[in-house]
Design a protein around this ligand. Structure first.
Ligand code: B3K
Ligand code: ZN
Length: 866
């Protein structure tokens, strides 16, 4: 595969003003007739370039003409992925007929079938599997699309924009024409054809425009669409209020499909969603599931401005739309629910998974410099770290200037395809600031490290803080320049009084800050709200952390103080485990947790966050060399010690939160359930008989999936095999016809830490509910085993690695994007002991030695072995 470089960017030689498409959808084939109105681009570097269109090799070209003149085979060249036509006029209409086989398309890119309905996925480069086209985001065109299909099988025919015409043919077929007035790149094109049920509602925009809101799904799921609809309306209102952005078409549609490579897709006016991100019902969806639906519905809606009206010039700019939109959806979720809890969840994801990516062979800047396969760059770095970069701009400028900058960005670039530099330039204009150094966040990979030390002069009432920043090397970047970053901090007295709160700006490699008139020696509360995506080091004493856990006025840092303390204690136990010494659980920690648990004034959601030990994945990220067994042993030891020591408190917390309220997915109720189920998990961890019975009782009496699933997982993983098997069977019987619930059933079993885990997942892959063509099933089984069952995935004999590699090789033939995704755990081999690292390398090499790897898998494997 070729490597594409940012520095090679050239403006397109040809532009398309209008794209007219006609799809003849049939069972055995689809014919696509495309009429492209083409002009040479006045802004192109070289004039008189041949016309080059992208087109997938598997696509059959049936007919090609220019201004009505049929082209013969000698008039054009078809090469791997391209069609080249020499000697074309300056302005002309190209007509092209292609033949596709959607029912055989297992890549879930381009036009394919999901459970009998036709649908599309074009981002990033799927449109070239539909027709020959300048399939790049800086070519924007107006689309007009006609769909023709059997009326009984496909009564619903959808595309972008507004329906403008329709009719019926004599042969039982019907057709609908859709016009999308807004110029868009081909990656935002979509069509859907199927027998779909519909939930309809409407929204009146700020300026009084009436918008029809339509959510489509299979008939059996019609009762699971209300929450998505409510979330959509909330998002539309929020974007008007917070960003002044209104919707711009008469119809907004969402379609739920079961076969989908990722969460959802923001196609103009016609979002296509993975069922897992749109269907929600109390009986089948957990609280987490509800919150994901709310967040993803909002995210795709927000793209209408940040992504669609203003799009990316090239795919290196992906974070322009994704980082900004993730920031927008995170703020929306924070406003709809608990701001601090949302921040804690996002930072946990960043610290666990993005930091790990940042130190892996696939590490890349938020704006990558090169890629082989762009699908591999829809990453935590581009999305989540990208959102942190936007958040830092928000922090540095303040909410008001940031809003002005966003207004200016949309105004300047409406209808354009632009770069992250353009985004920052708008922020520079409104603030009058020079953000040149800040832009290193876009160009440098790796997680910066902040080392903080301090000094207090009691006589002068002077407190000095010294901050040193550095950033480790990453592939292709040995030396990093210092970053410009906001460091929010507070100074807290021993008794909890806040002596100072403010924002510092770091630009140098080492900087000293002096605070006057500080009357007692303070404890610094650093990086409040996680004001920059860095690793912070400061030599806190246990007592200081306990004080911050009790008194910090910044909720995020309260939680973070507790995490730091837990991490330190866990790391000590890991060392003891390795040294063969007995592990111990700190009395101070137990007492601190007891106080938290007894403090009934605390918000249950926050309390649950504070009483959750850092995950094995996070402890792994922090380790010099990952010792899977020590991490697991230490964490289990702490968990069971805290469970036993605080048994009464856990029970009280459980009872306090076990209110008999009707299910609602609002922040308060979600918080109570999260504390309740955390308490139940600790109770069960005591291995005392009554608590497993309590879990079983909760399983039977719950009226919602959150409580049912939490209890189910605890029993399913317990040593009481009789009850466990009974529940596994009962759960299956109850939910076997709910595909999304069956994903949970698979995941619970795949993450079961008891012996024999690999044998169990091998057997489950043969179970009728498993379907290797469905990405949700693959994530539920393979993803969960490799990601949430470290003990067994990392078995020293390499059996887990070999199993995964076997899957990757098989899946690569069918769906390269998913294959490359699932491969991630093996790319981390350098972090493990020599035996495991060697075993992982063997599997990577095994893949490398296979002929015919996709570009997706080849890129990940080859970079990992470098
Ligand atoms: N933009 C899509 C992701 C497309 C991924 C293509 N491999 C969803 C989103 O971020 O909203
Ligand atoms: Zn997005």
């Amino acid at each position: 595969p070729n490597t594409i470089y940012l520095e090679d960017y050239q403006p397109p030689a040809w532009l398309i003003s209008h794209t007219k498409l006609r799809f003849e959808l049939e069972e055995e084939q689809t014919l696509v007739r495309a009429q492209l109105s083409i002009q040479s681009n006045p802004a192109a570097r070289d004039k008189r370039m041949p016309l080059e269109l992208f087109g997938d090799e598997g696509m059959e070209l049936c007919r090609l003409s220019i201004d009505g003149q049929i082209l013969e085979a000698c008039d054009y060249q078809r090469e791997a992925g391209y069609l080249r036509i020499n000697n074309v006029p300056d302005t002309f209409v190209l007509e092209c007929v292609t033949r596709l086989l959607p029912h055989e398309n297992t890549t879930l890119e381009g036009l394919y079938k999901s459970d009998g309905m036709f649908c599309t996925q074009c981002e990033a480069e799927g449109f070239r599997r539909i027709t020959f086209f300048p399939d790049r985001p800086d070519v924007m065109s107006v689309f007009s699309t006609t769909l023709v299909a059997d009326k009984c099988l496909y009564p619903v025919l959808l595309s972008n924009g507004n329906p403008v015409d329709s009719g019926e043919d004599d042969d039982g077929r019907h057709w609908v024409t859709w016009d999308d007035p807004w110029p868009k790149p081909s990656y935002l094109f979509a069509l859907v054809a199927g027998d779909l049920a519909l939930l309809e509602d409407s929204f009146t925009t700020l300026s009084g425009r009436e918008v029809a809101l339509r959510i489509y799904a299979e008939r059996k799921d019609l009762d699971k669409l209300d929450y998505a609809m409510q979330s959509l309306k909330n998002a539309m209102r929020w974007d008007e209020e917070v960003y002044g952005r209104e919707y711009d078409l008469d119809i907004y549609m969402i379609v739920a499909v079961d076969f989908f490579n990722m969460g959802a897709m923001e196609n103009k006016g016609l979002n296509i969603f993975n069922t897992s991100c749109v269907l929600a019902h109390p009986l089948t969806t957990t609280d987490q599931g509800f919150q994901r639906v709310e967040a993803v519905v909002a995210h795709e809606y927000f793209h209408n401005w940040s992504g669609n009206r203003v799009t990316c010039r090239d795919w290196f700019q992906l974070s322009l739309k994704e980082g900004f939109t993730v920031f927008r959806d995170a703020e929306f979720s924070a406003d709809m629910n608990s701001r601090t809890v949302k921040r804690i969840e996002d930072v946990t994801l960043l610290r666990t998974a993005q930091f790990a990516e940042d130190s892996s062979p696939m590490a890349h800047p938020v704006r990558p410099e090169s890629y082989m396969e762009i699908s591999n760059f829809y990453t935590l770095t581009v999305y989540e770290k990208g959102a942190e970069v936007v958040r830092m701009l928000h922090t540095l400028l303040g909410a008001e200037l940031f809003r002005q900058g966003s207004d200016l960005y949309f105004e300047r670039h409406d209808g354009q395809a632009v770069t992250t530099d353009d985004f920052v330039a708008a922020m520079e204009t409104v603030s009058g600031r020079d953000l040149t150094q800040f832009k290193r966040w876009y160009s440098q990979a790796g997680t910066p490290r902040l080392q903080v030390s301090d000094q207090y002069d009691a006589r002068a009432c002077e407190y000095r803080l010294t901050v040193r920043q550095s950033c480790p090397p990453s592939p292709g970047q040995d030396h990093k320049q210092p970053y410009h970053l906001p460091l929010a901090l507070g100074l807290v007295a021993e008794d909890g009084t806040e002596l100072y709160a403010g924002l510092l700006e770091l630009t140098g490699e080492e900087q000293e800050f002096c605070f006057d008139n500080i009357k007692q020696c303070p404890v610094p509360s650093l990086l409040r709200g996680f004001s920059a995506p860095v690793k912070l080091e400061y030599d806190y004493s246990d007592a200081q952390l306990l004080m911050l856990l009790r008194h910090d006025t910044d909720g995020f840092n309260r939680w973070d103080a507790g995490q730091r303390l837990s991490i330190r204690l866990l790391q000590e136990q890991m060392q003891r485990y390795r040294d063969g010494q007995p592990m111990v659980c700190s009395e101070a920690l137990i007492e601190a947790w007891r106080q938290l648990l007894n403090d009934t004034a605390l918000d249950p959601a926050m309390l649950a966050q504070c009483l959750r030990l850092p995950s094995e994945a996070q402890l792994s990220e922090l380790a010099e060399q990952i010792d899977v067994a020590a991490i697991h042993a230490a964490r289990e030891f702490m968990r069971t010690s805290l469970a036993a020591a605080l048994e009464q408190e856990w029970l009280q917390a459980y009872q306090r939160c076990d209110t008999n309220e009707l299910y609602a997915p609002d922040a308060d109720a979600v918080g109570r359930r999260s504390l309740k189920n955390l308490a139940l998990a600790y109770l069960v961890a005591t291995e005392r008989e009554p608590w497993l019975a309590l879990a079983r009782q909760q399983y039977q009496q719950s009226d919602n999936m959150t409580d049912q699933l939490a209890a189910f997982a605890l029993v399913a993983h317990s040593d009481d095999r009789e009850t466990a098997e009974e529940l596994l069977q009962a759960f299956y019987q109850q939910w076997q016809h709910e595909s999304l619930v069956m994903n949970q059933w698979l995941s619970v079993q795949a993450s079961d830490p008891r012996d024999g885990a690999l044998e169990r997942v091998v057997a489950l892959a043969q179970h009728p509910v498993f379907d290797m063509r469905n990405p949700n099933k693959l994530r539920a089984l393979i993803g969960a085993f490799c990601g949430q069952n470290a003990q067994h995935f990392h078995a020293e004999d390499g059996s887990g690695y070999a199993w995964l590699a076997g899957w990757i090789l098989q899946l690569d033939q069918q769906n390269p994007q998913i294959a490359a995704r699932l491969l991630t755990p093996l790319t981390r081999w350098k972090r493990y002991d020599p035996v495991r690292a060697g075993q992982m390398q063997v599997q990577l090499q095994r893949m490398m030695d296979t002929t015919e790897l996709s570009a997706d898998v080849y890129e990940v494997v080859s970079k990992s072995l470098m």
